[in-house]
Ligand binder design. Structure first.
Ligand SMILES: CC(C)(COP(=O)(O)OP(=O)(O)OC[C@H]1O[C@@H](n2cnc3c(N)ncnc32)[C@H](O)[C@@H]1OP(=O)(O)O)[C@@H](O)C(=O)NCCC(=O)NCCS
Length: 383
């Protein structure tokens, strides 16, 4: 029997509960609006960079030119890993999942930081920069290690997006490829109190440390109900044998009450604002890289979904066209979710830094539905 305590209400899954205040991102799911600190996501995707967007999330304002130059330089000085971290990458099992590898490497970073437990604001900012700057090397390094390739060291002349693609492929990316990567990083940087951000806040609210908070978040993002959907989109696109089969594929999925990956959202009941610009950009990059057929396939799926379920508020979400974009960039499917983490680390750390300004332990209650006053019997008396 449930016995709800006085003054308490039950909200399974925290669907209708506001747990904190935040000035970072604003979402209007009905109108399809996403703003970071009041700036429209479409404007940021078109005009900003991931570095500038991160400055915005960490400081609640856009930087001046000199501030951005200093901030960018500070990030780049943090690209390089210690020899211990490079050794750790090449010691990981080659068949490990990249998300497990990323979570392990992020956690291990704390072992090489003598001030890992320093709770000062300055130390937390330093750790945030370090994780943001080094995650690309973790992901690219592990990918090359598992493929038996030599690891490529980061290069401080490159932006975060360029540096990641450079370390992944060993070649300087084209401007268009780097920009596509940068846009994906901006679009995924923050999204209110999503599950992984909330998980990071639960950890930091105990006054644990930033490495632990981000490690918690990576573990949470990994689930297919959260960060794993972009990979599902690509598996679906690979599954469809030509544009002439899209109609039959989608209709039979819908008839069987199966989900079409990359459509629908808990919050957005109109077009996901992150997908708007990405769609146009995905088309360009697909054209450039000879993947237009893939884009046309996606476009056809969207047209059929619009006809069938658009009126029910089921539209493409950010994962739908980011999958085509990542694929066009030549990125392996199981790196799609690590890339999400590489971007969202800016939002996770921003929320932790913000929450610590006025910290309160996050400790909800559960509605106990088990028995009471059970007679304890000695083990010797039990069968
Ligand atoms: C994201 C998602 C979990 C949100 O779900 P939700 O808000 O809990 O909505 P529900 O699961 O209650 O779905 C509501 C209705 O829409 C339908 N629906 C939702 N998303 C759908 C999709 N992608 N394809 C087909 N139908 C879908 C459901 O079948 C349900 O129909 P019903 O009322 O006839 O049972 C869901 O849209 C989904 O599974 N999408 C695919 C995975 C994905 O792309 N995730 C990434 C999100 S960024």
């Amino acid at each position: 029997m449930s016995a709800i305590m006085q003054g308490m209400h039950t909200d399974i899954g925290l669907v209708n509960t506001i747990v904190a205040r935040s000035a970072l991102s604003f979402i209007d799911g009905e109108k399809g609006v996403l703003e970071y600190v009041g700036y429209d996501i479409d404007d940021l995707a078109r005009h900003s960079t991931f570095e500038e967007t991160t400055f915005l999330l960490w400081n609640l304002r856009l930087p001046s030119r000199s501030e951005l130059a200093d901030f960018t330089a500070q990030i780049r000085r943090n690209y390089e890993l210690s020899e211990g971290m490079w050794d750790l990458i090449v010691s990981l099992p080659r068949d490990a999942s990249p998300m497990h590898a990323l979570r392990t490497l992020t956690s291990a970073l704390s072992l090489h930081d003598p001030a890992a437990d320093d709770p000062s604001e300055e130390a937390n900012a330093r750790k945030s920069i370090s994780m943001l700057a080094k995650m690309p090397a973790f992901i690219a390094g592990f990918d090359r290690h598992r493929k038996g390739l030599d690891l490529v060291r980061p290069d401080e002349q490159y932006s975060i997006a360029e540096n990641f693609l450079y370390m992944l492929t060993g070649e300087k990316p084209t401007e268009r490829m780097a920009r596509a990567m940068d846009i994906c990083l901006i679009l995924h940087a923050d999204h209110g109190f999503n599950a992984s951000t909330f998980a990071s806040l639960v950890t930091i609210s105990t006054l644990s440390d930033m490495y632990s908070a981000v490690t918690t978040a990576i573990g949470t993002l990994k689930g297919p109900l959260h960060g794993g959907a972009n990979q599902g989109v690509m598996l679906m696109l690979n599954d469809i044998d030509g544009i002439e089969n899209v109609e039959q594929y989608v209709m039979s999925k819908l008839a069987n009450k199966e989900r079409i990956m990359g459509f629908g959202h808990r919050v957005y009941k109109s077009y996901d604002p992150r997908a708007t610009y990405l769609k146009t950009f995905a088309q360009g990059i697909a054209e450039d890289t000879g993947n237009l057929e893939l884009f046309n396939l996606s476009h056809e799926i969207e047209a059929i979904m619009d006809r069938e379920v658009g009126s029910r508020g089921i539209y493409p979400n950010v994962d739908f066209y980011s999958a085509t974009t990542y694929y066009s960039l030549g990125i392996d499917l199981d790196l799609f979710t690590p890339l999400f983490a590489m971007s969202r680390v800016s939002g996770w750390t921003a929320h932790c830094l913000e929450y610590l300004q006025d910290n309160r332990l996050i400790r909800p209650r559960c509605d106990y539905i088990g028995p009471h006053k059970q007679p304890y019997s000695q083990l010797s008396e039990r069968v």
